[in-house]
Design a protein around this ligand. Structure first.
Ligand code: HEC
Length: 200
């Protein structure tokens, strides 16, 4: 056998090997991608459930003109609903914002970065209703899936997060949250985001 033939045979083996690797890789990427799509759909659904429950409670309190009572919906009911979902799903779900009312809701570094990216996407004209971001993180072998979905500032929310908050409501908010940064919002701005963390 001359050496060219051997080289050719080697070449072919290399090529087959390379193609196999590439096919396997792209298959794995496709699997990861479809897992991500499934996960996002589940997160989206859960966020909808959380937001719906919260809004239902808020509407009920505000319809009775009980804004002060509605404050406790946001301060107590919201974390309670989040805790129930977190326990049921074995995830962590919370609300955060670049301007928080309660310092306990302050974003971590990844959440801050994502919220800032949301602001840039808003500036480019993207619809807030569908704005979300997810990422698979690998912290020294511990895989964590993270997801965030924008919470737009709706009209109802401005009662307590807007530019013209009734004096008695403002007084109660100042009493409970002296460091409150979550006021002065207008419709169409990003009030915050839901944030989910799932260890895999
Ligand atoms: C009756 C007053 C009131 C209304 C109406 C209200 N909120 Fe809040 N919001 C609060 C209070 C109080 C907190 C602090 C909750 C806590 O202590 O965790 C809060 C916290 C939040 C947070 C968590 C981040 C932070 O600032 O601490 C988000 C996000 C948020 N509200 C979004 C909304 C949205 C969206 C709406 C409209 C659907 C809304 N709120 C309506 C009173 C209100």
């Amino acid at each position: 056998m001359d050496s060219r033939c051997c080289q050719n045979a080697e070449d072919i083996t290399h090529k087959v090997c390379l193609i196999t690797i590439l096919l396997t890789l792209s298959f794995q990427i496709a699997v990861i991608h479809s897992e991500e799509v499934d996960r996002n759909a589940e997160y989206r659904q859960t966020v909808r459930q959380y937001a719906g429950e919260l809004k239902g409670n808020l509407f009920a309190a505000l319809e009775g003109n009980d804004v002060i009572g509605a404050i406790s919906v946001c301060s107590q009911k919201a974390p309670q609903i989040a805790d129930n979902i977190s326990r049921e799903k074995n995830w962590e779900i919370r609300r955060t914002s670049l301007r928080v009312r309660n310092a306990e809701n302050a974003p971590d570094a990844w959440e801050s970065k994502t919220l800032e990216a949301f602001e840039q996407r808003r500036a480019r004209g993207e619809d807030l209703a569908t704005m979300e971001y997810s990422e698979l993180q690998d912290n020294l072998g511990q895989k964590v899936f993270r997801y965030m979905k924008v919470i737009p500032a709706g009209q109802l929310c401005l009662t307590c997060h807007g530019t013209q908050i009734a004096p008695d409501v403002q007084a109660k908010l100042m009493e409970l949250y002296p460091e409150d940064q979550s006021t002065g919002f207008s419709p169409g701005e990003i009030l915050g985001a839901f944030s989910i963390k799932q260890s895999l």
